[in-house]
Structures are given as structure tokens and as C-alpha cells.
Design a protein around this ligand. Structure first.
Ligand code: 0RA
Length: 746
């Protein structure tokens, strides 16, 4: 339905063509129709709200992931203009034009530092075109106005629906399943971006409400990028407790930099242009590096900390252990590079350089003690660099890096063409043995690694090269190592697949390996050569039929599917489905409590007690309020005003009357399990070669996860927690994850 009865005018046809183009080639506008493209929709809407924040009119953005799969974004900005547009031949409102016309946003705005003009920047109309429906509500000029759309086309006129003193925009949209392969938003993916956005926009509060799981998270950083570097350094020993902060502005370009050194040897510099992470760097990064090297060297010479002409600190030396954020705001950014994540504007280099030179010189003068510590660290790095060079020459002479004699542990494939060859890196000798038997030796090679590979964070290159495991890995892959020396063109396999157990140790080893690849063979990840195998967690047999299951999540869904076949309940098909979903959610949550040592009957008592009796520490847990909400939904569905009263349910002719939800869940679960043979694999070693082949290695049947740069960066962060010098966070991490390992007692 369209809000106009007349035939389409030329203007309308142009608009419809525009939207049609978006729906025909969505990837051209949002990158993909997969999981990334889906989340891009949210970023697109948020970016407009962030622009309001950048312009100084908005300090709060709320994002809700709704139960029906839609997403709501509410901001307290000025609101999208709602007046009739003077130049529009039909006198439509600016609101309608912004929401339905491609690239209309700019018509109403002055040039400013806009996120929405940057990398994403395709406009809300694109989100509208790719949504099954969208609804926008604007508070502006004392009024609330509203309009609805379907696949980008208005289904209602712009209507006044109320009055208000506030201003702001609320947009709800449901991604169109005709366009997207997946339509379920991931809280974690969104949370990562929101956290980043809150750091980059000091004082902006971003609230993420996940109605599906009942969680609320809030992001706000009063310290802006200073908090950002502090957070990145959270689990590390730091050198300058208060980050160095430098800011300045020239020719309309705003530069903000925060730097804090830690005692590790890694370097982490994140650069942003108008809130967009420029992962490929660019002119701002070049300016930053050059100013850092120059300023530190000249200060060190001036204070006699190094000898002029004889010693000098290289760029790599002064960046050892650095964590820095370089955030720039640029009116007309040019993005280049393979993924358009590299800043091209040449004028930016000099501006960043000048601002950092001045600010950093002043900081060094004012903080001589920390300045000295930073320079000492860089001098250590320089000495280590010299030592590493000697060690490398030594190993070269001994022929370790150049040695192409393949290690004995490697079971190589016969295929020599790297584009079709695969290398499985397997945890442990016994799983390695199975994998060697299971593989297709024509194109699959297997390298078993024993135990945990060397802690690469603490070891510098010279030491690292003495580790047998690392040497074996390097020789097998064949491209060398290191920032400068890794040669992608020499790698012997185009698929390198990490195959570790599906337990905490396996996850740990995977993190170590990912970190090693991230730091030493980065192009391997950038070019998509690194993968993670997905061995199954369960094997389930039901008569002659069998099936493998890869996660706890999938396991529960599977049990629930069987329950749908076998449970009889007087509710009607639709309600029965909802009931089973809820009772399984309920059961899983209760099992979590049970695992933590609570008695289920006690928890159920708490659930039915009145709020006054609830000043109890369990009752204040987030998990508990979540459980309670499931409990209430269940009660409502069954239609019992006084909860927990009788209703009848049967499974395989067994009846339950007057049972608690927990009892019902247990009965359903146990009764289903009785009909199944369930094997839980604690490690790869428990699978025989045939099983390993068909579930994990056979290209026809396996699923591989391709490691992305984001995965690797995340591993790098986790790694720092696991391996860092601080004991407390490490304990915390391990405990938290140990709890996540659900033991079902099968
Ligand atoms: C066009 C012009 C102005 C603001 C906006 C659009 C705007 C768009 C969105 C999208 C989500 N939230 C938003 N908030 C504002 C400028 C309005 C003015 O000059 O008053």
C-alpha cells in the first residue's frame, strides 16, 4: 500500500528505482548479506545518532534487540527534520525523503565530521529498503510524528501522534529475511562496536538492551580515549600510570591521541577517522609513528640518555609495549586500500606529526621519571633487536630458518601445489595419530603439537627460535616469521587448520596458536588462510540413526525437537512449541544453578515467593531475574493465575499432574535421553579415525571457521589475560570459563 493514490510521478519512479537497486544488489551498499551485512544495518542507524552526538546535540543512544527480531534505536538528538521540503515537487516532508531516498541525508545537513559520511555512510534509506518493515518516530518542535514503511516504501503518511517537550529519533526495523541469510543479531558483535563508540565519543552513553535474553549493558567512558588505552592495558603491568594525552586542531582536522606503555613487547596502535577503525592505517598512522620516533630520540639525546650519532632508537624500539589510540576527525576523508580501511588524505600526516611532536615533547619535559622509563625500555628493545639479529644470523648459519628439511613429526601430503594443500595442526600426539590415519594423504598434512606452545608474549624472537614446537611449525608452513620477514608466497598450504579439543585446555591452546599467528604470520590471517576445525561435542544414536552435535546450544535444540514429537500437552500446537522452548530455557538455567551448588527446590521456592521476601543475595543475581522472567512467561502461557497449579502433561503415556516446572523439565529431559545413546567427546582422542574423518576433516561434510582479524585480535586480548603478569585476572578468566563448561552427567 502506498500513501498516494495518483500514478507515480517521475520523482517517485526515480526513488523506486533507487530502492530496487539496493534490494537487487544489497552487497554493494552494505558489504554482504551475511552476518556482517546484517549488523551493518544497526551501525548505519547508530552512525546517524552518533553524528548528532558529534554535532553536540545528543548524549544518549539506546539500542533494543526485540523478541520479534527487530531492532530499535532511540537517540536524544535534534530529531530528523519533519517539515515539508521546499524544493520537493510534491512537498513531501524531509523525514520521508531522508528515509526513502538514496543519499538524501546530505541535503539537510551542513558539512561536519560525520561518521555517516564515512565508510558506512549509505544512509538510513538503505536500511529501510532492506527491512521487512520500518517505523520511525521523531520528537521535534513539540510534536511526535510517525511513519511506517515496508521494504522502503511508505505504508502510512507522516502522522502526528502526540505532543512532547523532548527531541530525538526512534527507529525500529526488522531485517528482511528475503535479503539476509541470517537475521538474528549477535549481542556480542554489537557490544564490541558500542564499547568502541563510547570510548571515541567521551560522555556518550550507549545502552544495549537484549530483550531476547533479558540483559542490559551500558557503555560510557568519561575519560574517552584515555579510558580506551587504560582498558586495553587493564591486565598488563604499565609504565606510565596516567596515559599521555595530546590533542589539537588544524585546518578543520581534529586530532586526539592517548598513549600508555606496558611491560610487554607487543605494539597495539588503533587508528580512527570519524569513529571508523582504519585497520589498514594510512597517513594519520604514518604521521604518528614518525613523530613518536623523532620526539623520543631528540629528547633522549638532549638529556644524554643516548649518545648522538652512536646510538639511535628505531621506530620498532620506541613502539615496543605501546598501546595507543589515534582518533582523527576529518571533514572529507578519502579511504583507500583493499578493504577501504586506509586513510589517504596526504595533508593529515603533517598535521598529526606536528600536534604529537609538540604535545609529546611537553609531556616528556613535565614527566622526566616516566620519560626515562620509556626510553630505558626502548633501549632494551634496541639491544634485543641487535641480539635477535645475531641470533638470526646464527640460526641462519645453522640453517634453521632456511632449513627446508621437513620435521619428522609432520606427516606431509603428496600434493605440492599449496593452493589445494591443507595442514592440520593437531593438539596432542594421540589425536595426531588418529588424524594421520583419518586424513586424505593426497592433499592433507598433519602436524601434531605437544602441549602448550611457548608463551610468545614473554619471549623475544631469539628465545622463541629455540622452541622445538615453534621451529617445527615454522618449517612446516614454510614462509618464515616476523613482521618483515614472513613471505606469504612461500607458504606450503593455503588452508592451515587448527584442530584442538572442545574443552578449556583446547581453547587455551587455540588462543596461544592464534596469538602466535597474529604476531608472527599476520598475512596468513589477513589473506584468510587460517581456519579452526569444528570437532563434534556429542554423538547421538537413536536406533540405527546417528548424528553429531557441535555445541551445547545445538544439543538442547535437538532435545527440544524430539520433545515436540513425543510430549503430549493440552495446549494446541503453537502453544506447545512455545511451552517447550520456555521449559527448556528454564531447565538450562536451573541446571546452571544446580551446577553452582544450589538446590533446585530452594530456587523454585524463591521464584514463587513475593518480592518482599526477596532480599536475598541469589535474588539479586542477573541470572535469577532472567530465570524469573522465564518462569513468569511459563506461568502465563499455561494460564495459571496462581502459579504452579495442576495441569496435565504426558510423555510416552506417563502423566504429570501437580508437578513443578523443574520436575516437568527433568522428566522430559530424562525420558528423551532414555531413548538415545549419547556419547560426549571429551577430546579428539576419543574419536576413532573414521569418526574424525567424517565429522571434522572431510571437506564434503566438515564445517571450518575462517579466522578473521577480529578473532585474532580478540585472541590477542584473551591471551594477555591468560599469560600476562597479573595473576588475578587470569584466575578470574579460568574460573569464569570453567563454569561455562556444562556437564550434563550423561
Ligand atoms: C537530517 C538533518 C538533521 C538531523 C538528522 C537528519 C538526523 C538523522 C537521524 C537518524 C537517527 N537519528 C537522527 N538524528 C538526526 C539536522 C537537523 C537540524 O538541523 O535540526
Amino acid at each position: 500500500m502506498v500513501n498516494k493514490e495518483q500514478t507515480y510521478k517521475a520523482e517517485d519512479i526515480k526513488i523506486l528505482k533507487g530502492l530496487e537497486g539496493v534490494r537487487k544488489r544489497p552487497a554493494m551498499y552494505i558489504g554482504s548479506t551475511g552476518i556482517e551485512g546484517l549488523h551493518h544495518l544497526v551501525y548505519e542507524v547508530i552512525d546517524n545518532s552518533v553524528d548528532e552526538a558529534l554535532a553536540g546535540f545528543c548524549n544518549r543512544i539506546e539500542i533494543k534487540l526485540n523478541i520479534d527480531g527487530s531492532c530499535t534505536v532511540i537517540d536524544n538528538g535534534r530529531g530528523i527534520p519533519t517539515g515539508r521540503h521546499p524544493e520537493d515537487p510534491e512537498g513531501r516532508t524531509a523525514l520521508e525523503i531522508v528515509l526513502t531516498e538514496l543519499h538524501a541525508g546530505g541535503k539537510f545537513e551542513s558539512k561536519a565530521y560525520k561518521v555517516s559520511g564515512g565508510l558506512h555512510g549509505v544512509g538510513i534509506s538503505v536500511v529501510n529498503a532492506l527491512s521487512e518493515w520500518m517505523e520511525v518516530e521523531v520528537k521535534r518542535n513539540g510534536k511526535v510524528v510517525k511513519q511506517r514503511y515496508s521494504r522502503g516504501i511508505p505504508t502510512t503518511p507522516v502522522q502526528e501522534v502526540g505532543i512532547t517537550q523532548e527531541t530525538g529519533t526512534k527507529i525500529t526495523f526488522k531485517p528482511d529475511p528475503e535479503i539476509f541469510e541470517v537475521t538474528e543479531f549477535s549481542k556480542d558483535i554489537l557490544a564490541h562496536r558500542f564499547k568502541e563508540l563510547s570510548y571515541l565519543n567521551k560522555g556518550l552513553k550507549i545502552i544495549l538492551i537484549d530483550e531476547r535474553s533479558g540483559t542490559v549493558e551500558e557503555y560510557i567512558a568519561e575519560g574517552g580515549i584515555i579510558s580506551f588505552v587504560e582498558d586495553l592495558n587493564k591486565n598488563k603491568k604499565i609504565i606510565n600510570p596516567k596515559p599521555i594525552y595530546v590533542s589539537g586542531q588544524k585546518d578543520g582536522i581534529i586530532v586526539e591521541i592517548a598513549i600508555q606503555y606496558n611491560e610487554t613487547f607487543a605494539e597495539e596502535i588503533l587508528t580512527f577517522v570519524n569513529n571508523i577503525n582504519t585497520r589498514e592505517g594510512g597517513t594519520h598512522l604514518v604521521g604518528f609513528k614518525s613523530a613518536l620516533t623523532r620526539t623520543i630520540n631528540s629528547y633522549a639525546i638532549e638529556k644524554g640518555l643516548i649518545k648522538e650519532g652512536k646510538e639511535s632508537l628505531s621506530g620498532e624500539d620506541v613502539r615496543e609495549g605501546i598501546v595507543a589510540i589515534v582518533s582523527t576527525k576529518i571533514p572529507e576523508p578519502q579511504f583507500e586500500g583493499q578493504t577501504k580501511m586506509k586513510l589517504g588524505n596526504s595533508e593529515v600526516k603533517g598535521i598529526v606529526e606536528a600536534i604529537l611532536n609538540e604535545g609529546l615533547s611537553r609531556w616528556l619535559e613535565e614527566n622526566p621519571n616516566y620519560a626515562r622509563k620509556i626510553i630505558e625500555k626502548a633501549k632494551d628493545a634496541a639491544r634485543a633487536r641487535e641480539a635477535a639479529k645475531r641470533a638470526k644470523e646464527l640460526t641462519r648459519r645453522k640453517g634453521i630458518l632456511e632449513d627446508t628439511t621437513l620435521p619428522g613429526k609432520l606427516a606431509d601430503c603428496t600434493e605440492k601445489d599449496p593452493t589445494v594443500a591443507e595442514l592440520f595442526i593437531v593438539e596432542g600426539d594421540s589425536a595426531g595419530g588418529s588424524a594421520k590415519q583419518a586424513r586424505d594423504r593426497r592433499y592433507q598434512a598433519v602436524l601434531p603439537l605437544r602441549g602448550k606452545i611457548l608463551n610468545v608474549e614473554k619471549a623475544r624472537i631469539d628465545k622463541m627460535l629455540t622452541s622445538e614446537e615453534i621451529k617445527t611449525l615454522i618449517t612446516a608452513i614454510g614462509g618464515g616469521i616476523g613482521k618483515e620477514n614472513f613471505e606469504l608466497q612461500s607458504i606450503r598450504y593455503h588452508k592451515i587448520i587448527l584442530m584442538t579439543d572442545a574443552d578449556v585446555d583446547g581453547a587455551h591452546i587455540r588462543t596461544l596458536l592464534l596469538t602466535f599467528f597474529y604476531r608472527q604470520m599476520l598475512p596468513l590471517i589477513e589473506k584468510g588462510h587460517l581456519y579452526i576445525a569444528q570437532p563434534p561435542l556429542y554423538r547421538i544414536k537413536r536406533g540405527k540413526w546417528e548424528r553429531y552435535i557441535q555445541s551445547e546450544e545445538e544439543f538442547y535444540t535437538f532435545l527440544r525437537d524430539i520433545a515436540e514429537e513425543e510430549v503430549n500437552i493440552d495446549l494446541g500446537e503453537d502453544k506447545k512449541k512455545d511451552f517447550l522452548k520456555l521449559i527448556f530455557d528454564y531447565g538450562r538455567l536451573m541446571e546452571d544453578f544446580e551446577r553452582k551448588g544450589f538446590s533446585t527446590s530452594y530456587i523454585e521456592k524463591l521464584l514463587i515467593s513475593s518480592p518482599q521476601q526477596m532480599d536475598n543475595s541469589i535474588a539479586s543475581l542477573r541470572e535469577f531475574s532472567f530465570l524469573k522472567s522465564v518462569f513468569e512467561k511459563l506461568s502465563e502461557l499455561i494460564g495459571i493465575p496462581e502459579r504452579q497449579r495442576e495441569f496435565s502433561l504426558s510423555i510416552r503415556n506417563e502423566n504429570f499432574i501437580d508437578s513443578s516446572f523443574w520436575n516437568i523439565y527433568e522428566k522430559i529431559r530424562d525420558s528423551i535421553k532414555k531413548g538415545l545413546t549419547i556419547q560426549r567427546y571429551k577430546g579428539l582422542g576419543e574419536m576413532n579415525p573414521d569418526q574424525l574423518w567424517e565429522t571434522t576433516m572431510d571437506p564434503e561434510r566438515r564445517t571450518l571457521l575462517q579466522v578473521t582479524m577480529q578473532d585474532a585480535q580478540a585472541a590477542n586480548e584473551i591471551f594477555t589475560i591468560l599469560m600476562g603478569d597479573e595473576v588475578e585476572p587470569r584466575k578470574e578468566f579460568i574460573v569464569k570459563h570453567a563454569l561455562e563448561v556444562r556437564n550434563l552427567d550423561i
